[in-house]
Design a protein around this ligand. Structure first.
Ligand code: NDP
Ligand code: MG
Length: 407
């Protein structure tokens, strides 16, 4: 049994729905709020959360008359209270308040915190058995095995919001699980798709932040440039749809129009297409099992003219190779892969390492982790958080030697 519903066999939803958005002030949060704005009478906002952007959170909470607003930074509670005074909107601060927001009764929740910090709140929503639109891929990369099992146990529905996984989710409705032979997720190739390895090695932050097609948060934009994001997505697909690494292929597609393809046993391949606009997959999750009217630009294939595809280069983009290796090693290794990458990206942003060293730090951390024999299966959120924590420490301890080493 899967927590991802594979067919549109659910009854239509009538009446206003209670909606919670975790990470409401971020890029995905912004797209989600944009969709809610199109039909405010259909939704009652239950809770909204942010990390430290009090002003943005309070503005949204007031606009949508949310019942509860939570800020992760505990030092900001006073500011938030002041910003919401006179509104009657309840508020809280700290990790516990984010978890409280996630556990409040909502019919539909968007999990769009960035990073592993999103795991516990997302689990709180899953445990309520609600419908969770999952953008926060780190939940699966860090804890996919039991995250999906907890969803099954609690009767929660996981709707994939990441564009490639949403594409697979839509395409999967064309057949049944036994008929599925392979999935293909596409990658734009990022700003360094055509660059030589030596130039990628020296790429600056400004260059890494220039994504050719998508407008996203900083971390995921850098991950797209290194193709670590595609690695995280390979792992995400494996846990989400219970696939083996051999059933997942990556295809570089610079136009970002075809987002994901599913191959069935008769060799039919079903793909989902759309403009590169996150409001399209989010609208699919928000409307599900129905379709809502979306605000995005219509796809004009004649104007685009050409859709091109190429094989990924595992040499120039070693992050992708490492993701497959971690997936073959097991859940703990994918948690380490993510933790080390988060440390590496922060070090790159802080100008402590070169762009090319991001993958080297991830590789060195994974190697040490595996060599130390730390491969016991993860059976709880606390297990995953402990591995995440230890892997971050290990990556941080390896940072000086990676920074010092020339490529
Ligand atoms: P952003 O950085 O734009 O936004 C992150 C949101 O989470 C903000 O609301 C931020 O609050 C909040 N937040 C950050 N850290 C914490 C924390 N420790 N505790 C609580 N809240 C926190 O990220 P994105 O919207 O780009 O990405 C969110 C998730 O969705 C990521 O997992 C990403 O991989 C995934 N995703 C994103 C896509 C995109 O197009 N952006 C596409 C597919 C998946 P504040 O504003 O106060 O900092
Ligand atoms: Mg994606």
């Amino acid at each position: 049994m899967s927590a991802v519903p594979l067919r549109n066999d659910q009854p239509a939803i009538n009446g206003p729905r209670a909606i919670t958005v975790l990470g409401a002030t971020g890029s995905i949060g912004d797209s989600t709020m944009d969709l809610l704005r199109l039909a405010p009478e259909r939704y009652q906002v239950e809770a909204l959360t942010a990390h430290s952007n009090v002003e943005g959170l309070a503005k949204l909470a007031r606009e949508f008359n949310a019942r509860f607003a939570a800020i992760a930074d505990p030092a900001r509670l006073g500011e938030l209270k002041e910003a919401l005074s006179g509104t009657g909107i309840a508020c809280g601060a700290g990790e516990s308040a984010i978890i409280e927001a996630a556990a409040r009764p909502a019919d539909w929740l968007m999990a769009a915190v960035s990073g592993a910090a999103g795991l516990k709140p997302a689990l709180a929503a899953v445990d309520r058995g609600t419908t969770v639109a999952l953008a926060n891929k780190e939940c699966l990369v860090c804890a996919g095995d039991f995250f999906m099992q907890r969803a099954v146990d609690a009767g929660a529905r996981i709707l994939p919001a990441d564009s490639e996984h949403n594409a697979l989710f839509q395409a999967l409705s064309s057949g049944n699980r036994a008929e599925l032979t392979r999935v293909i997720i596409t990658a734009s190739g990022g700003p360094f798709r055509t660059w030589a390895a030596a130039d990628i090695e020296q790429a600056t932050l400004e260059q890494a932040l220039k994504h050719p097609n998508w407008s996203m948060g900083q971390k995921i934009t850098i991950d797209s440039a290194s193709m670590m994001n595609k690695g995280l997505e390979v792992i995400e697909a494996a846990y989400l749809f219970a696939l083996s690494p051999d059933q997942i292929d990556v295809l570089v597609h610079p136009q970002s129009i075809v987002h994901g393809l599913v191959e069935f046993s008769d060799r039919s391949v079903v793909a989902q297409l759309g403009s590169p606009d996150m409001r399209i997959p989010i609208a699919h999750c928000l409307g599900w099992p129905d379709r809502i009217v979306g605000p995005s630009t219509r796809l004009d294939l004649a104007k685009i003219g050409q859709l091109t595809f190429e094989a990924p280069d595992f040499e120039r983009f070693p992050g992708l190779r490492l993701a497959f290796e971690a997936l073959r090693t097991g859940q703990g290794a994918t948690t380490v892969f993510n933790a080390a990458n988060e440390i590496a990206v922060a070090a790159f942003v802080g100008k402590k390492i070169r762009f090319g060293a991001i993958a080297r730090l991830v590789e060195a951390t994974l190697e040490q982790w595996v060599r130390a024999g730390n491969l016991a299966p993860l059976t709880s959120a606390d297990d995953a958080i402990a591995v995440d924590h230890n892997a971050r420490n290990l990556a941080a301890s390896l940072l000086p030697q990676i920074a010092a080493k020339a490529s």
